[in-house]
Design a protein around this ligand. Structure first.
Ligand code: NAP
Length: 323
């Protein structure tokens, strides 16, 4: 490992790996702290049909393996562990992984987000076999079929509206009688002829052996349970940005997303961000990859503008640590 890395990229989904590819080809020899579950959310999907360049589709894990190989080909190095802690209070910036501190001139945060799941029986087992958290990714597999969407926020309405163009029927199951979604999204969903709503109801279990065949519902007012046949369940109860280690280090918004400033910058000089860790709106592999590309280009420019280090970096770190 270099005494001070040019750039450490935290995360190895499409944003992190594209940032690595661009940084590596720019001669920055990036180091990727890839995460314990390397590859990000695409490792949990099956076939990806909307990533340009793969007319026959590609499996999510294979796409990520290829992205990693491509970044590696130009000299990217990987640590297959989580970043446990960061210290962005001075320069060099510091990232801790596998018990060791890594010093870096620049950092790209690309830790992504994780879908929230219901945590009910059947959900994990049938993920990729009818249980999904992304209609844009998986809706197409269920065209002319009956699907359930769980949730009452904008994401759920968006998923339901997207699916209503493809599926025979869409049933939104919401735990209250009132939607959380914005008025306009509510109206669109409520007025759509192929979307119906089941209120005051939770999904207690997702049914099926090797693919989803239905859901067990419970009305929270009456306690009554019943089974509803369906071919897929789209869970849209929100996402959680993976940003816990950055709290107090860079500005986060009220939901924990990294606040991004022009030039893919964060509130901390030298720390950049790309992908779902800051983007709650698009959340696509292709948009994350594009963001990773932009962040790497911004890092390259930013590093070129920096004056040469006044002190040897190792000395600076030692001085800060009181060593
Ligand atoms: P959200 O607004 O937090 O809504 C989550 C929904 O899931 C809520 O209706 C919530 O029910 C329900 N829920 C949460 N946990 C649940 C559980 N364990 N079981 C059953 N239901 C559960 O999340 P979001 O819809 O992903 O939106 C996040 C943010 O992104 C929002 O600010 C939203 O406006 C924005 N967004 C905007 C757009 C757009 O403008 N096109 C699209 C997507 C997202 P309760 O209502 O009972 O809490």
């Amino acid at each position: 490992m270099a005494a001070v890395e040019n750039v450490v990229i935290i995360g190895s989904g499409p944003a992190g790996l594209t940032a690595a590819l661009y940084a590596a080809r720019a001669g920055l020899e990036p180091l990727v702290v890839a995460g314990f579950q390397a590859g990000g959310q695409l490792m949990l999907t099956t076939e990806v049909e909307n990533f340009p360049g793969f007319p026959d589709g590609i499996m999510g894990p294979e796409l990520m393996t290829r992205m990693r190989q491509q970044a590696q080909r130009f000299g990217t190095r990987f640590i297959d562990a989580d970043a446990d802690e960061v210290d962005f209070s001075g320069h060099p910036l510091r990232v801790k992984a596998q018990g060791c501190w890594i010093d870096a001139r620049a950092v790209i945060i690309a830790t992504g987000a994780s879908a929230r799941w219901l945590g009910v029986p059947g959900e994990e087992r049938l993920r990729g076999h009818g249980v999904s958290s992304c209609a844009t990714c998986d809706g197409f597999f269920f065209r002319e079929r009956d699907v359930v969407v769980v949730g009452g926020g904008d994401s759920a309405m968006e998923e339901a509206l997207f699916l209503a163009n493809l599926c025979r029927s869409v049933t939104v199951v919401h735990r209250r009688r009132e939607l959380r979604a914005s008025r306009i999204m509510q109206e669109r969903a409520l007025n759509h002829p192929r979307i119906r709503f089941i209120w005051d109801t939770v999904v207690e279990e997702i049914l099926g052996d090797d693919r989803v065949t239905g859901v067990r519902l419970r009305n929270v007012q009456t306690g009554e349970t019943r089974d509803l046949a369906c071919d897929a369940v789209f869970v849209a109860i929100g996402h959680q940005p993976n940003t816990a280690i950055f709290r107090g280090q860079v500005e986060l918004d009220q939901d924990g997303y990294v606040r991004m400033y022009p030039g893919m910058r964060t509130s901390r000089e030298g720390v950049f961000v790309a992908g779902d860790a800051e983007d709650r709106r698009y959340r696509q592999a292709i948009t994350a990859a594009a963001a990773g590309c932009k962040a790497a280009m911004e890092v390259e420019r930013w590093l070129a503008e920096q004056p040469l280090e006044p002190t040897a970096p190792a000395d600076a770190a030692a001085a800060r640590d009181g060593r």
